[in-house]
Design a protein around this ligand. Structure first.
Ligand SMILES: [Zn+2]
Length: 281
């Protein structure tokens, strides 16, 4: 999609599944299954969506999916596809991993930092995007380096340590990657979780990250049980939705299995609706 001066392509690393109860927090199952079906193991389908923003000089990738460092048992638990597709999608738009100049990490959870590294012949995890600056908010890197018992399951050392040795580029609160593309701290999901605002040629898009991973989360109380600070998620989501409505901004989803981008609309009885946007146009 041409977006002002930028070209935005919506890359995917394929799908996986997480427990529906964990994904919808306090929302009772009879409510969420009306919108989002669960499989026989109560899991719902997610996709790893990674927008690629090309400015002409910079190739900025937002997050890098699940990667390929999974054993049989993990693939079975999370229903991870045998061949994650991010590098294929990158090749489809004519780029190699070495062409990515910036990796903007919303956060470093296992389903967002997977392609940071892959296994070499010696069985060591080595960086994939060898020429990229890896941008991350300070609080997020602090936690990823030393996760506590609750956080440990969602950070993989192999995704973090090899990049840390080369050096993450750390910022506090907000960081303008290039004029018009800014990472901003949301908190909520994790203390240092970030969203990304993209503005060019009078157009605006907001990548919500885990503040609204799929269309279903347009309902304010629909918040993941994974979120460490759910009341922060609530307030940030309220703020971002109002901003996107006011500015007629595109909303970009990190995990929607069917939709990369949508546009908000106030529907009946003040309910928020999301109209699909064709990103191929
Ligand atoms: Zn995620």
């Amino acid at each position: 999609m041409q977006f002002g001066d930028f070209q935005i392509d919506f890359l995917s690393d394929g799908t996986f599944r997480l427990d529906g109860g964990a994904m919808f927090g306090i929302v009772p199952k009879p409510l969420w299954t009306r919108e989002c079906p669960a499989d026989e193991r109560n899991r719902i389908l997610l996709r790893c969506n990674c927008p690629l923003i090309r400015t002409g000089k910079q190739n900025i990738l937002i997050d890098c999916g699940l990667g390929r460092k999974w054993n049989e048992k993990q693939r079975e638990i999370y229903a991870i596809e045998e061949r994650p597709t991010l590098l294929d999608d990158l090749a489809r738009v004519g780029l190699k991993p070495g062409d990515v100049t910036v990796l903007a990490h919303t956060h470093l959870h296992l389903d967002h930092a997977g392609w940071n590294t892959q296994m070499n012949a010696k069985g060591e995890a080595e960086p994939v995007f060898v020429n990229a600056r890896h941008l991350v908010e300070r609080r997020e890197l602090d936690i990823a380096r030393k996760p506590n018992e609750v956080q440990r399951g969602t950070y993989l050392e192999q995704n973090v340590a090899p990049i840390d040795r080369e050096g993450f580029e750390i910022f506090d609160e907000a960081f303008e990657i290039v004029p018009g593309v800014t990472m901003f701290r949301t908190g909520g999901h994790t203390a240092g979780h970030c969203g990304v605002r993209i503005e060019s040629g009078g157009r605006k898009a907001v990548f919500f990250g885990e503040m609204m991973p799929m269309t279903f989360y347009r309902h304010l109380p629909w918040i993941m049980a994974y979120d460490l600070y759910p009341l922060e998620t609530l307030e940030m989501k309220r703020k971002l939705l109002a901003e996107c409505l006011k500015d007629d901004a595109l909303v970009l989803f990190d995990h929607d299995p069917n939709l990369f981008a949508g546009r908000l609309r106030a529907g009946e009885k003040g309910k928020l609706e999301i109209d699909p946007v064709d990103v191929a146009s």
